[in-house]
Design a protein around this ligand. Sequence first.
Ligand code: GTQ
Length: 348
Amino acid sequence: MGATNPEIQAARQDFYERIATGSCTPLWEVLGVIVPESPPALCKPYLWKWKTVWPWIQQAGELITAKQAERRVLVLENPGLPGKSRITQSLYAGLQLILPGEVAPTHRHSQSALRFVMHGSGAYTAVDGQKVKMNVGDFVITPQFMWHDHGNTSNEPMVWLDGLDLPIVEMFNAQYFEKYEADTQKVNRSERLNLAMFGNAMKPVEYTRKSKTSPLFWYPYERTLEALHVLRHAQDAHPSWGYKLQYVNPVTGGWPMPSIGTFMQLLPAGFKGKAYQATDSTVFSVVEGSGKCTVGGVTLEFNAKDVFVCPSWMPYSFEALTECVLFSYSDRPAQQALDLWREADSQI
Ligand code: GTQ
């Protein structure tokens, strides 16, 4: 808007104040903010070093039990979104600690959750009567509104990354939460059965789809890693992401979770990737290796067990010092469901 004479400005101000009494407000004062040309950079690139957070996780373990806390988790809060309990505008991330002998009691909620195991092995997640023992690198799904509890029957602490669509469900104001009558739920099936039913690109003939979430809820690391190693020897690396697989729902071929997409990629030692840009802010969890991610003018140097975030539409590129394996998740399925997702080269 060009220079406006003070009289008109005062009249407008007066007008804004009058319409505010009836909960109206002028669009022209906020249009550029609410309809920006491209995604505003509110979410910042950031890296959480395992070396820094591991002592804090252990200290949390001394201050509160898993049962007292319900879930003993350090939330990874994006420095650009303080106080909002989120790592990106649409997704939550937290590091959950379960000590030997502990139980995180059974509850259910409308938010979908993923677990990605970072440290330790042998703790379990029970989902809807099925128990999964989790090991480093395993990706486990807790579908929306399914009873789940976690416990550690091993003799070492276990830490995993929780990824939830909390901000999405909050945006829709569709949150529900319930506690189960007991700490642990009755378990009558094992993860071996889940893998047998859905983990071999096969499914029981009589199976009919009940929800949008994958009926396979355990994706063991050894299978994922083997696939990446075979690919690595069979073909050239993609110029931006090396060798990258996306997890799928074996029944539909689509994403395993309706709101969150998950990936695992391998960057060969010495890999120098071209920059990539897409509208899904992405959370990376480093399983193996050391490297660098350059994003939005910042270089994030990562090692195993570090977590970092690349915000929407900021070009990012990888450099691998050693062979790296990276797990990642984003809201790509939710954006695609609404026809919003864009890559830099896509034609719209
Ligand atoms: O394990 O159910 O990090 O409900 C945050 C909310 C974990 C869980 C979180 C949750 C959970």
